[in-house]
Design a protein around this ligand. Structure first.
Ligand code: F0G
Length: 356
């Protein structure tokens, strides 16, 4: 991994400067995002056999999701252009990230979120960072349409992934994976919502290949939730439904570029059920010690599905991006696990409960 002269990570803009649009140093707004671990699984042999399975744990970014990579770019550029405020529609993570980076830049943040469909951790982040949180009676797609309309006429910078700088920043996760492994994986799995991230990773891999840093390209494997799978169905979904609220999206903004990433790489965009997502979510936390949010587990659920269907083979190197931290959605974690055992403060009774 590249590091600054002092051996300290400088955030993705400074570390990958050669591959990113130029930004004046004084505008760089960073919380030292990026440099997230690529964790090799050790306890999933019964599921994956001799496949090398690695987890790109993006939940360890400063606001707990991969959005920070794109947000450092988008907010820095907005600052360079003299913007005083940013706006986004969000299922939660983009709003948390935009709010934090706007705070850091001394800018106002406006975030539009679907009422009742944003995990508690994410909502609390946007509120704490001082954003104006606008909860709409509508879904993410409605919120995005409103944001598009507002930014046409008002000097507020849109920081959804339609903003090209977001994709530019997010592609750096692919760079890190290549530098870590020394090559690209055979398959790269990730959840697909608004479809910006699959677009960004594919761009990153292709740029590293063009520069001769890697000589192979991965197949891009995107997974939507079954009740919110417009790309799989081939048409927008008016009323998307899934427990994975982060990817509860019926009409992704980067639809075309996601399809391009799939087709150019020879990959797949498919769906997984909520039950499959929860199974993968539990498996990661209970067997590997890695806590991600439900939407993130759609990547592993997708890999499990592809293994069952005989697509993955022994010897393949597979990376699953875990897009957000498990603490983002404590309600779902509590629902998905065994309840705490209530016991009196008494050694004997506690030993009995422990089975000793
Ligand atoms: N995983 C998580 C945890 C997300 O928050 C998102 C998107 C995705 C996956 C899907 O990524 O949109 O690039 O395909 N969250 C957006 C938000 C929509 O508003 O936070 P994508």
């Amino acid at each position: 991994m590249r590091l600054t002269k002092k051996g300290l990570w400088g955030g993705i803009i400074r570390e990958f400067r050669d591959f990113l649009p130029e930004i004046h140093d004084s505008a760089v707004t960073t919380l030292l995002e990026g440099n997230t671990p690529l964790i090799e699984t050790v306890n999933l042999k019964d599921v994956f056999g001799d496949i090398r399975m690695l987890l790109k744990y993006e939940g360890l970014n400063p606001t707990g999701s991969f959005k920070d990579r794109g947000m450092t770019m988008a907010v820095s550029k907005a600052r360079e252009e003299g913007a005083g405020a940013v706006i986004c529609a969000s299922t939660g993570n983009t709003s948390a990230s935009a709010s934090a980076y706007a705070a850091r830049a001394g800018m106002r943040a406006y975030v539009l979120v679907p009422e009742g469909s944003v995990a508690m951790g994410k909502l609390s982040q946007a509120m704490m960072h001082g954003a104006l949180v606008l909860q709409i009676k509508g879904n993410f797609d409605d919120a995005l349409n409103i944001v598009k309309e507002i930014t046409k006429d008002y000097p507020v910078k849109m920081v959804n992934s339609i903003n090209p700088y977001r994709i530019e920043g997010q592609k750096t996760a692919a760079f890190e994976i290549c530098e870590h492994l020394g090559h690209a994986p055979t398959y790269h799995f990730l959840p697909v919502g608004n479809a910006g991230n699959i677009t960004a990773y594919w761009r990153g891999y292709r740029e590293y290949e063009k520069e001769g840093i890697i000589s192979n390209l991965p197949k891009m494997m995107g997974f939507q939730a079954e009740g919110a799978a417009p790309i799989v169905l081939g048409h927008p979904v008016e009323n998307p439904q899934t427990i994975a609220t982060a990817i509860k999206i019926g009409n992704p903004a980067s639809w075309d570029s996601a399809v391009k990433a799939r087709d150019e790489s020879g990959g797949v965009i498919d769906s997984v059920t909520d039950d499959e997502i929860i199974e993968a979510y539990r498996l990661l936390a209970s067997r590997e010690g890695v806590f991600c949010e439900p939407a993130s587990a759609a990547s592993l659920a997708g890999a499990m599905k592809m293994k069952r269907e005989g697509v993955l083979a022994d010897g393949d190197t597979v990376v699953c991006t875990l897009t957000g931290h498990g603490l983002k959605d404590p309600d779902m974690a509590i629902k998905a696990s065994a309840k705490p055992v209530k016991v009196p403060a008494d050694v004997k009774k506690i030993l009995k409960a422990m089975g000793l």
